[in-house]
Design a binder for this molecule. Structure first.
Ligand SMILES: [Zn+2]
Length: 509
């Protein structure tokens, strides 16, 4: 059975683009072949079996039969969240009376999904830090206490249930190959490769020199600079045994993952980060790290693990997060240094501005981003736990790349979090929410944490999650591996629209 979406043909073209974007996302997530049309007369050549959804202002009968009516209620002003039918529903001024009744939904699932995934509330947020990042604690989803729920996928599950009532569950293609139930993406931001090296000392000094008070005044002092210069050396002295040093981080990660037969993505800085920000941590690719019990140059280690199935992605510098040229140059520099194509990216410090960052990443020729997540919170920043193509509100089109949302990073977990603690329980609740909807859960653990005894509980938590995911029969892999599986099954709906040529090119761009 296929999906036929009948859109009200009175919708203006620029809004139609958004509806089509949301419907494409819905059809892909449902795993259904679909046709989206705004033709009043319907398609004359529709044979076979269809589940027909009418998406319009009114349910008024037009002669077109339908199986489900969804009211079109665009969210013009600030959105609200109400609890109806056991779900948190996103709506505009008009509050839904019910979730689902007979052949009708009680709320505009399409506008709600578009609003959440395109990050419209973040456009409105005036509260940003000095790196341009939104204030997570003041964010719309956190204020409503729903950042831990994949609302988009829960809404799609309601549609799935309605379709299954008529068509049975065989109407849907599975999300993942070999019947895997969900996907776990493993990733590591390589911020530190060794404790006491010239680059680390220089970075610490630059960082201390740019430290500011809350009012923005620079607080540089000779003592602070001296302390900063000594800190990497002190770290080296504090952990003199080769077993506990950060230059063993890469090896320890690889050894754990090898044991479970899985691979991950290592996001590395370009050898030279331009434009430079004091919070960037570039390292020389000639720096030596411990690998297979030997001291080996970083570029040779990256080459070896890249050849053994691990993915090497780009860790974009702070100042490049909205700069396509800088990102493109950093991508090229990593590719030149390693002789390997770079497709995935995560911005350092999760520097991310909705719209601007995605446009820059598309412009730099990157295929997958995994920055869209929280620094200090855990959850679903776009309320979505399947990979999605971002929509740019300023360009009014879908972008030619994929977002693989980030859900949990080690910085957002108490470093002493044990198996019995609240943090562990909350992380597992979040991962289970992604697993239940058949989506993707993405982890980011810094490699140097694996070799630092102060962070041992976090390394143990990482292994517990791997064991849990294998027991649950998850597809576990790098960003690239999981995206290859996703793109292989990805379904793009057919469009059959009654618009003129100009509008059509805008819609299908
Ligand atoms: Zn980083």
């Amino acid at each position: 059975m296929r999906l036929l979406v009948l859109i009200d043909n009175g919708v203006p073209a620029h809004l139609l683009v958004r509806s089509i974007y949301a419907w494409s996302l819905i059809a892909r997530s449902l795993g259904m072949e679909a046709v989206i049309t705004d033709r009043r007369d319907g398609r004359p050549d529709l044979s076979g079996s269809w589940f027909r959804i009418r998406y319009a202002m009114e349910a008024a009968h037009t002669g077109q039969p339908y199986d489900l009516f969804i009211p079109r209620r665009p969210i013009a002003g600030p959105a609200r969240i109400t609890r109806t039918g056991g779900l948190h529903l996103l709506c505009g001024r008009e509050e839904p009376e019910y979730l689902c009744h007979g052949k009708a939904l009680g709320f505009d699932v399409v506008s709600a999904i578009f609003h959440l995934v395109s990050g419209q509330e973040e456009y409105r947020s005036g509260s940003r830090d000095e790196l341009g990042r939104v204030d997570e604690k003041a964010s719309f989803l956190h204020r409503h206490g729903v950042e831990g729920q994949p609302l988009v996928d829960l809404y799609i599950r309601v549609l799935r249930q309605k379709i299954a009532e008529k068509a049975g569950t065989e109407a849907f293609h599975g999300n993942w190959p070999k019947g895997k139930r969900f996907a776990l993406v493993l990733s590591h931001d390589v911020d530190t490769v060794s404790a006491a090296n010239a680059t680390a000392v220089w970075n610490c000094v630059l960082r201390a020199a740019s430290e500011k008070t809350a009012s923005g005044k620079v607080i540089m002092s000779a003592a602070a600079l001296r302390r900063a210069a000594m800190s990497p050396l002190r770290l080296g002295l504090a952990y003199p045994r080769w077993l506990t040093r950060p230059d063993r981080g890469l090896e320890m990660v690889c050894r754990i993952e090898e044991r479970y037969g899985v691979r991950s993505t290592f996001f590395v800085f370009a050898p030279h980060v331009k434009p430079f920000h004091p919070l960037d941590c570039p390292y020389s690719y000639r720096e030596k790290v411990i690998f297979a019990k030997k001291r080996v140059r970083l570029d040779r280690v990256l080459d070896e693990i890249g050849g053994n199935g691990w993915e090497i992605g780009l860790h974009g510098g702070v100042r490049s997060h909205a700069d396509a040229v800088a990102l493109g140059e950093q991508k090229q520099a990593v590719e030149n240094a390693l002789g390997r194509r770079v497709m995935s990216l995560r911005q350092h410090y999760l520097c991310f501005e909705t719209d601007r960052t995605w446009i820059a990443q598309e412009g730099a020729g990157l295929s997958y981003d995994s920055t869209h997540g929280y620094n200090r919170l855990r959850g679903f920043r776009g309320s979505c736990c399947l990979p999605f193509r971002p929509f740019s509100l300023s360009l009014n089109r879908e972008l030619d790349m994929w977002e693989v949302p980030l859900n949990v990073q080690d910085c957002a977990i108490d470093k002493k979090a044990g198996e019995e603690g609240d943090d562990h329980a909350e992380v597992m609740k979040l991962l289970s929410a992604a697993a239940e909807t058949g989506g993707v859960a993405t982890l980011s653990w810094h490699p140097d944490r694996f070799s630092d005894p102060g962070f041992r509980p976090l390394a143990e938590m990482y292994e517990r999650i791997l064991r849990w995911a294998q027991e649950k029969d998850a597809l576990i892999g790098s960003v690239g591996q999981v995206m290859e599986a996703w793109e292989n099954r990805s379904l793009r709906p057919d469009l059959d629209l009654d618009l003129d040529g100009d509008h059509l090119s805008e819609v299908s761009a």
